[in-house]
Design a protein around this ligand. Structure first.
Ligand code: NI
Length: 412
């Protein structure tokens, strides 16, 4: 269904019977599920990468503006925040969705595939946005009954450090918020499963770059050159020793060199070589000790062979650390709301997420909602050109966020 504006028509939320209860709202999730799928497909067709979410944020704004009683603001050019101020006293809680896509050429053959060459929702943020729009449309008609305030955060630029979350926090979106929740649709986990980790859940993703400057010349006369490729290869190999020999083996760490660029042809030793990569950790002290160790190794090896090195290290997002007590409450919510085998044990991931910026301000829990399905070929990892989700994960995610929001508002 598409209106003349190109926006899917808004299906009014299922009418609620008398009263305002978790059971009634959860029963309405199924009624609204087709609309959530339609929103997700609209967003999937029209992906926009970080900081360029112009049409996406307008779509979110227009969809929210069609709902009754929301106070909607645009804290930055491409983000949207909607506040539902309930008619009864209660806490202020925040629910976050990220809205940005990735610079990837989509290879899926679906009728809602990306219409923007070079951009793709390959991480599921289209689904996150649709789910939180669904939650807003379920709750908005009941505003008079809501005990407290629910702030819906539609955040730009999750995929690009320093990220949209930090910017929104600085704009005050967490002011007065007692708890914050969010989710990630997760393709490595089968649809129908939910995982919530207490404590560290996602790593801090830092970045580094290094240029080695040697002395170029003829490949046949290496002794008159300083070969930055040979030196760079030694450095890259030695950096793994920083991981295995200088870090406590009980502290998880990844150091990956993901770019190594040098040279132009077979018979020229180039003047310089460049490499870059990422370090992922949980332990805060490693974010200062590891770059210092890396710098020692890089400078030492470069100097030993007569080259110089220019090394820079940038801190990315903080690790996502879920509040243990809140995690326990939300695990109970999953157990009460879903079939017994839904809640599964999960291990932390070395992937990063700027949801951590909100958790610096208030206790928060970031949940993983299974979206994979090996039987239907939904097996590709996040950020892959053939990434997909099983769309049943959308109503499961909405059911979870609805139940979690009501729990935090103490609605039985
Ligand atoms: Ni993501």
């Amino acid at each position: 269904m598409t209106s003349t504006l190109g926006l899917p028509d808004l299906v009014p939320p299922a009418p609620l019977a008398t009263g305002f209860s978790a059971a009634q709202l959860l029963a309405a999730v199924d009624a609204i599920a087709p609309q959530v799928i339609a929103w997700r497909r609209h967003l999937h067709r029209h992906p926009e990468v970080a900081f360029q979410e112009v049409a996406t944020s307008q779509f979110v704004y227009d969809t929210l503006a069609a709902l009754p009683g929301l106070a909607i603001t645009r804290p930055t050019a491409t983000s949207v925040v909607a506040e539902l101020r309930g008619g009864r006293p209660g806490p202020t809680i925040a629910v976050r969705a990220d809205i940005d896509a990735l610079p990837i050429v989509e290879e899926n053959d679906v009728d809602y595939r990306s219409t923007r060459e070079g951009a793709m929702h390959a991480c599921g943020h289209d689904g996150h946005t649709a789910i939180v729009l669904g939650l807003a449309s379920l709750l908005a008609p009941c505003a008079a009954e809501v005990p407290g305030t629910v702030r819906f955060i539609f955040q730009h630029a999750e995929e690009m450090a320093p990220g949209g979350a930090e910017e929104l926090v600085q704009h005050g979106v967490m002011d007065g918020v007692s708890q914050v929740i969010g989710l990630h649709l997760w393709a490595p986990m089968p649809v129908g499963r939910i995982g919530i980790l207490a404590g560290p859940a996602m790593a801090a993703p830092d970045q580094f770059q290094c240029t080695i400057v040697g002395k170029g010349g003829h490949a046949a006369i290496p002794h008159e050159c300083v070969d930055p490729i040979a030196i760079g290869a030694q450095i890259i190999t030695a950096l793994q020793q920083v991981v295995t020999r200088t870090v406590d083996p009980l502290d998880p760490i990844v150091l990956s060199v993901t770019q190594f660029i040098a040279g132009t042809t077979f018979n020229v030793i180039p003047n310089s070589a460049y490499f870059a990569g990422t370090v992922r950790t949980f332990e805060p002290s490693l974010r200062t000790s590891v770059p210092a160790q890396m710098e020692r190794v890089i400078r030492g090896i470069a100097e030993a062979f007569g080259a110089t090195a220019d090394f820079t290290y940038e801190h990315g997002y903080r690790p996502v650390v879920n509040d243990p007590a809140l995690t326990e409450r939300l695990r109970d919510v999953v157990t009460r709301t879903f079939a017994p085998d839904t809640l599964i044990a999960l291990r932390p991931t070395m992937g990063g997420e700027d949801f951590s910026a909100y958790q610096q301000r208030s206790p928060g829990v970031f949940a993983f909602v299974g979206a994979g399905n090996a039987e239907t070929g939904i097996v590709h990892p996040h950020h892959h050109p053939r990434f997909q989700i099983d769309e049943r994960s959308l109503s499961i995610g909405l059911r979870y966020l609805t139940a979690a929001t009501l729990e935090l508002l103490s609605v039985g």
